[in-house]
Design a binder for this molecule. Structure first.
Ligand SMILES: C[S@@+](CC[C@H](N)C(=O)[O-])C[C@H]1O[C@@H](n2cnc3c(N)ncnc32)[C@H](O)[C@@H]1O
Length: 281
């Protein structure tokens, strides 16, 4: 993952390949439901507990921040930060109906904001993958933590994608997503890179787990829906890059067509794996 050097020698952030359209924010919401148990397991295993002050970076529409808020309770506090105003607006719009009232959202670079007090936990989901140098960001953020604080990240990884027996459309779509995401400057093996990123940031070796949500023939609706949704998000970018011809992929029909093909061959299908990693500083 590399991007152009700036005058100060640091890498410039790549444009955010997924964008923040209403449809993309809805995709994040649907995905959040599917992977919530994985993130919840991470936060519990890492030791998030009542009374803690938590910083959630790349908060998007706030799903991880709201989950953390439940775990730290009224006596704790969660700050969710995102550099995209649309994401922060979407997250803030959910505050009114959320209990407990211990969450706030800020817009900006999480390593440059002023927070007043140190944090007991630094967390994030699907955010390291978008950093030109995630270790530099983590090193800066670690300076905001109390001794003994938790660092816990949930990252994605496309290395385990496959279909058995092969479903050509599944394999092609996975390959297209990987190529488009990588061309947009994001890391498609972010989960597997967490240990080396933690090491480069001066953090201890994390405890790490991997979960791959998979599908089996006709019983593949969740993973098919997830893949079809990210293809839809990236389709304009795929067409712009000439990876698919305009109109070649019908995003509206994709989920049903894909599911039919997988069901017809009773295939096993896998796209992304979810890696969760945590340590104490
Ligand atoms: C794929 S979304 C994940 C959102 C949320 N964590 C979730 O799991 O639903 C990644 C989010 O990280 C944000 N982001 C990426 N790099 C960031 C950075 N350096 N600082 C703040 N936000 C960042 C993007 O704007 C985007 O909203």
């Amino acid at each position: 993952m590399s991007s152009p050097a700036q005058p100060n020698g640091e890498s410039a952030p790549a444009a955010y390949v997924l964008g923040h359209s209403d449809r993309e924010l809805r995709r994040l919401a649907a995905q959040a439901v599917l992977i919530e148990p994985i993130t919840r397991g991470l936060l519990l295993d890492a030791g998030l507990a009542p009374g803690m002050r938590v910083l959630d970076i790349g908060t998007g529409r706030g799903d991880v921040a709201f989950l953390a808020s439940e775990l730290v309770g009224e006596t704790g506090a969660v700050v969710g930060v995102d550099r995209a105003p649309e994401a922060v607006a979407a997250a803030r719009s959910r505050l009114e109906t959320h209990v407990p009232h211990n969450v706030s959202f800020e817009e900006g670079d999480p390593s440059e904001l002023e927070y007043g007090e140190p944090f007991d936990a630094l967390i994030g989901r699907y955010v390291l993958q978008f950093q030109p140098d995630p270790a530099v960001l983590l090193r800066r953020l670690a300076a905001l933590l109390r001794p003994g604080a938790i660092v816990a990240f949930h990252e994605i990884d496309w290395s385990n994608r496959r279909s058995v027996p092969p479903v050509e459309l599944w394999d092609r779509l996975c390959a297209l997503v990987v190529e488009t995401v990588a061309a947009g400057g994001a890391e498609t093996q972010s989960g597997s890179k967490v240990p080396s990123v933690f090491a480069a940031a001066g953090l201890p070796a994390p405890t790490i787990r991997m979960t791959t949500v998979v599908g089996a023939g006709a019983n593949s609706r969740d993973v098919v829906g997830r893949l079809a949704a990210i293809v839809r998000t990236l389709l304009p970018s795929m067409e712009e890059r000439g990876l698919v011809a305009p109109g070649e992929i019908d995003a509206d029909a994709l989920e049903d067509v894909l599911l039919q093909e997988i069901a017809a061959t009773s295939s096993f299908v896998a796209s992304t794996s979810d890696l969760t990693a945590w340590c104490r500083v």
